[in-house]
Design a protein around this ligand. Structure first.
Ligand SMILES: [Zn+2]
Ligand SMILES: [Zn+2]
Length: 296
């Protein structure tokens, strides 16, 4: 069983919602009801932005999310086994320094007794830039020594477009990366950013998770048509690097009816927007667990 809980659903500048970061949780045995009977067997956090630590702090108070609370009361980052990074904007990576330092200094791996490391997954391009341009400043020096990214995380690199190297698994679920048209330097796809297409390898069912992207139906049409559920980036104004709701409204109705919108701005409850929002499955809510693949 795979579930999805957003730590936040806000845009990069939103203040009423946390950053759009998504926690996938996997249980070998399916369960029903509001509260899982056990902690998940595996976890994947897709992005961890600057509001991520506060979002987990709030989420861990909620029944059913106790595994995110350490016995000391702190955020339990050892509950996060895998972290996938879609791209390098701060609303997607700004919490990683805290996670890395707390895993290094506070938490221990129960088996080895060494500092806990989660698996950090992305393309080599993003991981190299993530270290060189974002994380190195705060993480490359600790008391009396220098550190590298691999001192804090197990690193796993994806190669987009290569069938054996563009995906990773959690139980029977395959997470395949695809390039998104988010920010262009000179041309499409020349600044790396990715979305995820998740497949239940036993039933063939799929879920679409856009990551940050401009509206690009031609690129995503086959995935959007096939998926049983879609989560799509959305902005309420004509934005050069995100999908505008007016463009998303041009999607076929059968796609809109299975599409949740996320990464939205603080004006989400403006009455004038509600007729547009009503054309979709809805706005994704933070801290609510969505069962994917019909709970299978
Ligand atoms: Zn973003
Ligand atoms: Zn972005």
């Amino acid at each position: 069983m795979l579930t999805l809980t957003f730590l936040g659903v806000g845009s990069a500048f939103a203040k009423r919602n946390f950053n759009s970061n998504a926690l996938f949780e996997f249980w070998k045995k399916p369960w029903k009801g509001a509260k899982p009977p056990t902690p998940p067997d595996d976890t994947l956090l897709v992005d961890f932005g600057m509001t991520g630590p506060l979002a987990i702090h709030e989420l861990k108070q909620k029944p059913g999310f106790e595994h995110l609370r350490h016995e000391t009361g702190m955020n339990n980052y050892t509950a996060i086994r895998k972290v996938f990074i879609t791209h390098q904007h701060a609303d997607h990576i700004g919490g990683l320094e805290e996670m890395a330092l707390m895993n290094f200094f506070v938490f221990k791996d129960k088996k080895s007794g060494k500092p806990f490391k989660s698996e950090l997954i992305s393309t080599i391009n993003i991981l190299v830039n993530l270290w060189d341009h974002s994380l190195k400043g705060g993480l490359n020096t600790i008391q009396n020594r220098y550190c590298l990214l691999q001192d804090y995380f197990f690193i796993r690199t994806m190669i987009p477009g290569q069938p054996k190297k563009n995906n990773f698994n959690m139980g029977p679920y395959r997470f395949e990366i695809f390039p998104t048209d988010h920010v262009q330097i000179e041309r499409k796809y020349d600044w790396p950013s990715y979305g995820l297409y998740i497949k239940h390898t036993q039933t063939g069912q799929t879920v679409f998770y856009s990551g940050d992207t401009r509206f690009d139906f031609p690129a995503y049409s086959s995935m959007l048509e096939e998926a049983s559920l879609c989560f799509h980036d959305c902005n309420f104004f004509d934005d050069p690097v995100h999908a505008w709701i007016e463009d998303l409204k041009t999607l076929p109705e059968e796609i809109r009816r299975k599409m949740y919108l996320y990464h939205y701005g603080d004006g989400f409850d403006n009455p004038n927007l509600q007729p547009s929002i009503a054309q979709f499955k809805g706005l994704t809510q933070a801290h609510q667990r969505y069962a994917l693949f019909d709970g299978k």
